[in-house]
Design a protein around this ligand. Structure first.
Ligand SMILES: C[S@@+](CC[C@H](N)C(=O)[O-])C[C@H]1O[C@@H](n2cnc3c(N)ncnc32)[C@H](O)[C@@H]1O
Length: 438
């Protein structure tokens, strides 16, 4: 290869043509069609040429051509001299111009006639509207890049676009139909490539980071984004990958919070974008955690989802204060229920009441109505398993009073109420256990 073909951006740049006549005019016209600011002179000095992007010389006279070339060299501007490759820094190829599509043919100056013949043959092969096809492709460049992440798939899309139905339509002159076809191609490519993100609905346990499951800890290290509840303490969030985006979606009294629907939409949006999303919930996602609704939403959207169980507050808090939720001597069953649920009576039964501390009086009344004895032991465990864990132990009749210190403070943490003989076994700092109820 004698010359390296390069395509020079002349838009808005000064181009000087030295000479008059058809060859000079042709060059002036070409430079103009590429957007150059063309100045045509009979002769030129170095001062005339300073700062130009290129100089075309076509005086038809060897001395004048040589002078002009010298001036161009002195000005440091690349020069082309018509029909004199020896005086030229660059040569002008035979050109096929179809707008965005330009084909340049060169014989390295050896045979301009051969270059012209080749150009005619190639021209015959090139559809007249090939430039319009290039323009169509141009309008999809940014979208295809953003939506089709995998380079091999993106190449497939481009191949289909320039050689498929959209291409045929644009070459036939139907630009609107071509655009619709190209959009359909893009949608197909995107659907086929739905990024393989995933949502993991992960139980964070009751708050002590050492009570995270191994899988939860691993996923915190893999996540692109962690959508976490208010219940999840900082000590656990600190275990997340440094680059993970932390999004607090928690529901907490007195604060604007995300609706369940918005949380689900956000998970879906991120998984669709290919992210590994960890939806981090206090305790276990399926114990008063609305985990099932999130699983349903992801499945309905056709997206992959997994559930990682966590230690639910009842287990964490009970263990932390030494309450065995069952004990074959005094309790043979246990019920986890929310503060809004009605209780049922039954000897030797343990109730674990979530979200009940703020409505302790009505929890008490419902348990009493259901036949639970007023002197049944109760324990309230706030911030179970966490460094700031607090426990109060008493009798069911006193539940409302016992709950007050756990709810009245502005920095009150989450609390569980445990009702039943076993509650008397709670280990409280410096306090004796309750006397066994006979
Ligand atoms: C919406 S429920 C979520 C329960 C969670 N999915 C679980 O499995 O533990 C929130 C309630 O859990 C209880 N809770 C959560 N963490 C607790 C903790 N560390 N100590 C005591 N109670 C806790 C409180 O009753 C709180 O109001």
């Amino acid at each position: 290869m004698k010359h390296l073909p390069l395509f020079f951006d002349l838009a808005g740049r000064r181009v000087v043509v030295v000479g008059q006549g058809p060859a000079a005019d042709h060059r002036a016209e070409l430079a103009r069609s590429a957007g150059g600011a063309v100045f045509q002179l009979d002769t030129a000095s170095a001062a005339d040429l300073k700062g130009a992007a290129a100089v075309f010389v076509a005086t038809g006279n060897l001395d004048s051509d040589t002078d002009a070339r010298r001036a161009a060299k002195a000005a440091g501007v690349p020069v082309n001299v018509a029909d004199r490759p020896g005086l030229s820094d660059f040569i002008l190829p035979a050109i096929i111009d179809r707008g965005e599509v330009v084909v340049a043919v060169s014989t390295g100056g050896a045979s301009p006639s051969l270059a012209t013949l080749l150009r005619a043959r190639i021209e015959g092969l090139l559809p007249e509207r090939i430039g319009a096809l290039a323009r169509l492709a141009q309008t999809f460049r940014a979208q295809a890049k953003a939506l089709i992440v995998d380079p091999a798939r993106r190449r497939d899309f481009w191949r289909r676009l320039v050689d498929g139905p959209a291409a045929r339509l644009v070459l036939a002159g139907d630009d609107a139909a071509a655009r619709r076809a190209a959009l359909a191609e893009l949608n197909d490519a995107r659907r086929a490539l739905e990024p393989v993100g995933i949502a993991h609905i992960v139980g964070a346990g009751p708050g002590d980071p050492d009570l995270l499951t191994l899988r939860a800890a691993q996923l915190l290290q893999e996540a692109d984004a962690i959508l976490h509840d208010e219940l999840v303490p900082q000590a656990i969030l600190n275990r997340a990958r440094r680059e993970a985006e932390l999004v607090a979606v928690g529901k907490r009294k007195g604060r604007v919070s995300w609706s369940q629907r918005d949380i689900e939409a956000e998970m879906i949006r991120r998984v669709r974008a290919g992210q590994t999303v960890v939806r981090l919930k206090g305790g276990d996602p399926f114990i008063f955690g609305r985990g099932a609704e999130e699983v349903d939403a992801l499945r309905a959207a056709g997206l992959p989802v997994s559930v990682v169980p966590g230690i639910t507050a009842a287990l964490g808090a009970a263990a932390a204060v030494g309450i065995p939720l069952t004990d074959r001597r005094i309790a043979s069953s246990v019920t986890f229920m929310s503060g809004h649920a009605a209780a049922q009576s039954g000897g030797g039964h343990t109730y674990v009441i979530y979200m009940g501390a703020t409505e302790a009086a009505s929890v008490r009344d419902r348990l009493l109505d259901a036949g639970t004895a007023p002197n049944t032991p109760v324990a309230i465990v706030e911030n179970g398993t966490r460094p700031d864990q607090r426990v109060s132990v008493g009798r069911l009749a006193d539940l409302a009073r016992l709950a007050l210190p756990h709810t009245a403070r502005s920095d009150a943490g989450p609390s569980l109420i445990i009702v039943g003989e076993v509650a008397a076994l709670a280990v409280t700092a410096g306090e004796p256990r309750l006397a066994k109820v006979s």
